[in-house]
Design a protein around this ligand. Sequence first.
Ligand SMILES: CC(C)(COP(=O)(O)OP(=O)(O)OC[C@H]1O[C@@H](n2cnc3c(N)ncnc32)[C@H](O)[C@@H]1OP(=O)(O)O)[C@@H](O)C(=O)NCCC(=O)NCCS
Length: 144
Amino acid sequence: MIVITEIKAEDTYPIRKAILREGMTLSHEMIGDHEAETLHLGLFESDELVCIGSFMKASKEIFKGSQFQLRGMASAKTSQGKGYGKLLLQEAELRLEQRGIDVVWCNARIVALDFYKKMGYQLTGNVFDVDQVGPHYMMFKELN
Ligand SMILES: CC(C)(COP(=O)(O)OP(=O)(O)OC[C@H]1O[C@@H](n2cnc3c(N)ncnc32)[C@H](O)[C@@H]1OP(=O)(O)O)[C@@H](O)C(=O)NCCC(=O)NCCS
């Protein structure tokens, strides 16, 4: 059974470490992890947490309205490509829309660009480098 539910920041750390910080000295903890408005979502398959995403209040001047940044989006290695990232992101967008949020944006790794494009996110600006992680593009989606 698939269940998507709110989780604690600490619950995201094992998948963040394994998938997003493998071979890096960069911390798996993120600024905003423990802010009251931050939403950490987890997708459970048969009671096992296999996909995570964190949504934090953060604004960029180029976007209009209320904004949240998506960070730490990852599916466990053996759970990638099963549609879980899509389900989790759809659920997050619904929840943020209900909170009156206008825009979700993220700094997307090159390898994940097509995932975000499929989810309706658009590219903006030029490629930029994140220390240890590599090249990224900013992407965004306007919620209804
Ligand atoms: C990128 C990631 C979060 C996507 O989650 P996922 O659970 O594997 O994605 P899904 O199975 O829900 O895929 C949804 C759609 O996006 C596509 N997709 C997923 N990852 C993709 C990728 N890396 N490149 C191209 N397309 C991708 C799928 O084919 C699927 O397309 P479809 O709807 O036409 O079938 C996951 O693969 C991951 O954790 N990757 C490693 C960490 C990472 O790069 N995170 C993003 C940091 S910015």
